[in-house]
Design a protein around this ligand. Structure first.
Ligand SMILES: C[S@@+](CC[C@H](N)C(=O)[O-])C[C@H]1O[C@@H](n2cnc3c(N)ncnc32)[C@H](O)[C@@H]1O
Length: 190
């Protein structure tokens, strides 16, 4: 995800919030300031989602302001459900995207109640969870995708997010891992 430049005092404020454990306040402040504003998703992500979903239901975690559904080719999904922990992100997503079969929800990955999905996407957000939370989240994802769906997780660095990569390997029975441009992609199936 691209982000806008922010003044140093603001970045310092976010760092302090993050360090003190006020992640929710940090995300809300960042979305309110426009730090995460983006017009479209990377073409690589769009192509991947189109190839994995093929007309089924997508659940996207860390959906931000909802840029994905409008970027996808018609027929990619029967339903898109975007989930993010930031109220401000979801407020903007709902205001920006008025498409049929698209919905948004303010919820943390940790609190999500799984429901059937063809594709679960978690781009640049799984590493915000602790290892225990990741394990519990991935177990819910496997339940949701059943025997036919897929989970796609992207991280900007496999080295920096080794903990997340190792947890994915440990929890997901069939997993493929590959570079994804300058980032790293994990695809899992039950
Ligand atoms: C780095 S941004 C990535 C946004 C988008 N997925 C992308 O790659 O362009 C991380 C997003 O995850 C959301 N997020 C962080 N922790 C979360 C959690 N525990 N549950 C749900 N969303 C979370 C943030 O609010 C933010 O929108």
């Amino acid at each position: 995800m691209k982000f806008k430049e922010a003044p140093i005092p603001k970045r310092f404020y976010w760092l302090v919030l993050n360090t003190l454990g006020f992640q929710k306040a940090k995300w809300e402040s960042q979305f309110r300031s426009g730090y995460w504003d983006q017009d479209e998703r990377s073409s690589r992500t769009v192509k991947l989602v189109e190839s994995l979903c093929r007309g089924g239901k997508i659940v996207e975690f860390g959906c931000g302001t909802g840029t994905l559904p409008g970027s996808l080719a018609p027929g990619t999904f029967s339903h898109y459900h975007g989930i993010d922990r930031s109220k401000e992100a979801i407020r903007r997503a709902r205001a920006n995207v008025q498409m049929p079969y698209v919905s948004f929800e303010c919820c943390q990955m940790q609190d999500w109640q799984p429901s059937p999905a063809s594709l679960i996407l978690a781009e640049e957000c799984l590493y915000y969870l602790t290892t225990e939370e990741q394990r519990a989240f991935l177990a819910k994802c496997l339940l949701a995708i059943g025997s036919t769906g897929a989970i796609a997780v992207m991280v900007h660095s496999a080295k920096r997010h080794r903990r997340t990569v190792e947890t994915f390997k440990e929890c997901v029975p069939k997993c493929e891992m590959s570079p994804f441009g300058h980032r790293f992609l994990m695809i899992g199936r039950a």
